[in-house]
Design a protein around this ligand. Structure first.
Ligand SMILES: O=C(O)CCC(=O)C(=O)O
Ligand SMILES: [Fe+2]
Length: 385
């Protein structure tokens, strides 16, 4: 399994919490409006160091993955909103950046130690969550569609479908409760044990990585046996047929915690997002079209502006590169299970590619435009000598 990686997130969106947990400047516009203008990737380092910033010292920090001096040097390349983040957060971010360049995105030593400590000291509340039990976890209609495996069977269970977005009922209410209870139990344990929980990615201040608390194998099986059959049919152009690793976590929103999630793309080829509960108002997902890395900040076409309202037990499946965010909740508490499904084959094959017109809205527009221009070029009559 690869490292949890980092979601590519809106770095400068002014209307959400900054990744360091410090409140970002007051909102100028709504999340969705801002999203139309800008998506950036975080953590994206500055091209040149910030010479005015005096970096922290890391010498006395235990269990650093790399030499302490490297953290001080790299700190000067962090985007300005992260410079004042707590040192622990900066270490986490810098190590995640570096992990991307290690063979197979190997997990950092800190993360290995973190997981081992949980494994040895945390006693799960619901041991049954460590093994996939389709009858207990999934609703009948979803199991039937997977058993059938045809595009027609998947089409039949869709409750909402729009370009690149597919929503269907998936989890039994009891399974939703078990996951939420387990996460709460873990949070309580961590608080009592004074154990610092690693959050799912740089954008979340709450939530937990399910892979870290004993559900990695179960979620891997879920991806291979229950998501791949669907994504092979629904997302063939973005690696949906060759998913081979995942990052599974829950995100939590409530009036006294995170309210919303900034505009971003996921570090995944295909994302499964299932609402677990509980009662809440607001919190709609907003989508703004699928884009490759080069076009991630481009404008959305009007037909790409889509909102989706979560329903407990219901899943939405989308491409990781489908730009999105979550609007503020207006009441209650919302918890969602997120499974970022990745394909190393797809990443390798597309590494040196430049044309993604089979899935990137803007590459496609450019391609059509080029074709149109070419077809408008009138052949010159050959002149006789
Ligand atoms: O809040 C949600 O439902 C979306 C979460 C999300 O997009 C993510 O964690 O990548
Ligand atoms: Fe996301």
């Amino acid at each position: 399994m690869r490292d949890s990686g980092v979601a590519m997130v809106g770095e400068t969106a002014s209307n959400r919490r900054a990744p360091n947990g410090v409140a970002a400047p007051p909102p100028q516009e709504g999340a969705a409006e801002q999203a139309d203008k800008e998506v950036m990737c975080v953590p994206r380092l500055r091209p040149s160091p910030n010479a005015e910033h005096v970096p922290e010292r890391y010498d006395e920090v235990e269990q650093l993955e790399y030499p302490a001096a490297m953290y001080s040097i790299m700190e000067q390349y962090l985007p300005s909103n992260l410079l004042k983040a707590p040192r622990e957060k900066k270490i986490e971010i810098l190590e995640r950046i570096c992990a991307k360049y290690r063979p197979n995105g190997d997990r950092t030593r800190r993360h290995r130690v973190y997981r081992e400590r949980i494994r040895l000291t945390y006693k799960p509340l619901h041991e049954e969550l460590s093994a996939l039990n389709p009858e207990q976890f999934f609703v009948q209609s979803f199991r039937n569609a997977i058993d059938d495996g045809s595009a027609e069977a998947f089409r039949k269970i869709m409750k909402y479908q729009s370009s690149g977005l597919f929503a269907f009922d998936m989890f039994e209410p009891r399974f939703c409760s078990l996951i939420m209870d387990e996460v709460e139990h873990f949070e309580n344990w961590a608080q009592e044990a004074k154990f610092k929980v690693m959050r799912p990615n740089t954008m979340n201040n709450y939530g937990a990585v399910l892979d870290d608390i004993g559900m990695e194998e179960m979620l891997d099986q879920l991806m291979r046996e229950y998501i791949t059959p669907m994504s092979s049919v629904l997302f063939p152009n973005v690696g949906g047929a060759s998913l081979d690793s995942h990052h599974g976590f829950v995100v939590e929103y409530s009036m006294d915690r995170d309210l919303e999630l900034g505009f971003h793309v996921d570090d995944s080829e295909v994302t499964l997002n299932v609402c677990l509960g509980k009662d809440f108002g607001g919190g709609q997902l907003f989508f703004r079209g699928v884009r490759c890395e080069m076009h991630v900040n481009g404008e959305a076409r009007s037909d790409e502006v889509l909102d989706y309202s979560h329903v407990p037990g219901r899943a939405i499946l989308h491409a990781g590169r489908h730009r999105h965010g979550a609007k503020e909740i207006t009441s209650g508490q919302r918890t969602n299970l997120i499974l970022w499904c990745r394909s190393s084959e797809f990443r390798e094959l597309t590494k040196y590619q430049r044309d993604f017109s089979s899935w990137c809205g803007e590459c496609l527009t450019w391609k059509k435009e080029r074709r149109r221009k070419l077809s408008n070029v009138k052949p010159q009559p050959a002149s006789a000598v």
